[in-house]
Design a protein around this ligand. Structure first.
Ligand code: ACO
Length: 342
């Protein structure tokens, strides 16, 4: 090995991709039969037509295992040595304790690899991917399975039309391996950020240490997911636009040379506003939410798996961006590899 190569920091290269959606489909009309809502409202305000829902008894790890298995297959890897670490990004872990990732790693037959969860709500997958990149760059791992998986149906208020209409269940995953920065699939510049002053805008109020169930009495206990949608909307547009522009600039790509924007699938109006604001034609912003809704941490890998079968070509310049509870946000630039979802 040449001396300059020996000391070069490895890049993280995407080499496998997979997604999994539970089979049950809930249409807008299905929701309209049980709630005061309609296909017209949901379609025009969000762009969502349907979403998938896990059957009772199906947990986030069940979806994560399926997506993980597909990503490993797509990467052509199996057995105990398939990857050196597993990271699961989720807002809806199987249980508050322990983390979901160790059970996922074990069920995938990955031996005793390090496995841990990342909690950054809808930005979780990007946080997990940047964490995986750091493991590869430090030499702590040569390959990492990164999964975004959610079962939002478990935390939605059955009477809250504003969240039931939006969220869906699912999981998506990528395998990243150590490689060189100039090969297709290499993850380039990344931005991650947070603003905890907005932590009440998206939350599950009860069940954590702030308001544990044993202390929560009567009406005060609220175990459901709550979102101040209107207040979040504006920030989602601003933050995703800002950091998408930053990573494109740091990559030396004029925005008009970015081939595909894969943004967190929160709302069609948000995706269109981000595209408009950064000066990108709307059709380059991949839309998957019409068929799956907002799947939180699973949204970006699921959208990637969908786009890989449709619009993504090897060598394409891709920007990923997300915004979510915390508040958290981020963006990553990468060139697209020659990889097909399994
Ligand atoms: N059907 C019919 N009416 C509804 C529905 C529904 N499904 N949901 C809300 N409404 C009503 C409201 O009750 C309200 O009625 P009111 O005026 O009588 O009070 C009216 O519609 C307007 O409500 P808004 O909340 O102002 O509606 P808005 O147009 O803002 O759309 C939405 C709501 C879709 C949630 C939007 O605000 C949004 O997409 N916000 C951003 C979400 C986001 O990006 N989140 C961050 C990532 S997600 C995460 O981190 C987990």
């Amino acid at each position: 090995m040449a001396p300059d190569q020996r000391h070069r920091t490895p890049a993280a290269v995407v080499c496998g991709l997979g997604g999994f959606l539970p089979p049950q489909v809930i249409t807008n009309d299905d929701l309209g039969r049980v709630l005061d809502t309609s296909d017209t409202w949901i379609r025009s305000r969000t762009g969502i037509l349907r979403r998938h829902r896990a059957e009772p008894g199906t947990a986030t790890s069940d979806l994560a295992v399926e997506a993980g298995r597909r990503a490993l297959k797509s990467a052509g890897r199996d057995g105990e040595d398939a990857v050196d670490a597993v990271i699961v990004a989720t807002t809806t872990p199987d249980r508050i304790c322990p983390a979901t990732a160790p059970a996922v790693a074990w069920r995938l037959g990955l031996g005793t690899v390090p496995a841990f969860d990342v909690g950054a709500v809808c930005s979780g997958f990007l946080y997990a991917l940047v964490t995986a990149r750091s493991l590869l760059a430090s030499g702590a791992a040569r390959s990492v399975l990164v999964i975004g998986a959610e079962t939002y149906s478990a935390i939605l208020d059955p009477g809250d039309r504003s969240t039931l209409a939006i969220f869906g269940d699912g999981a998506g995953a990528v395998v990243v391996r150590a490689g060189t920065p100039d090969e297709p699939g290499a993850i380039g510049p990344a931005v991650l950020a947070s603003d905890g002053s907005g932590s009440d805008l998206i939350s599950v109020p009860s069940g954590g240490s702030r308001d544990p169930f044993r202390a929560a009495t009567g009406d005060r206990a609220d175990p459901y997911f709550r979102m101040q949608g209107k207040q979040v909307f504006r920030q989602a547009v601003e933050r995703m636009s800002e950091c998408s522009r930053q990573v494109a600039e740091r990559s030396g790509w004029p925005v008009e040379e970015v081939d595909v924007l894969v943004a967190h699938q929160a709302n069609l109006r948000i995706l269109q506003a981000v595209a408009d604001r950064i000066g990108m034609p709307r059709e380059r912003c991949h839309v998957h939410l019409d068929r799956v809704g907002n799947t939180a941490a699973a949204s970006i890998p699921l959208a990637l798996a969908d786009a890989a079968g449709e619009v993504l070509r090897p060598g394409h310049r891709v920007v990923l961006t997300a915004f979510g509870g915390g508040l958290t946000w981020g963006a990553i630039a990468l060139t697209w590899p020659d990889v097909s979802p399994a």
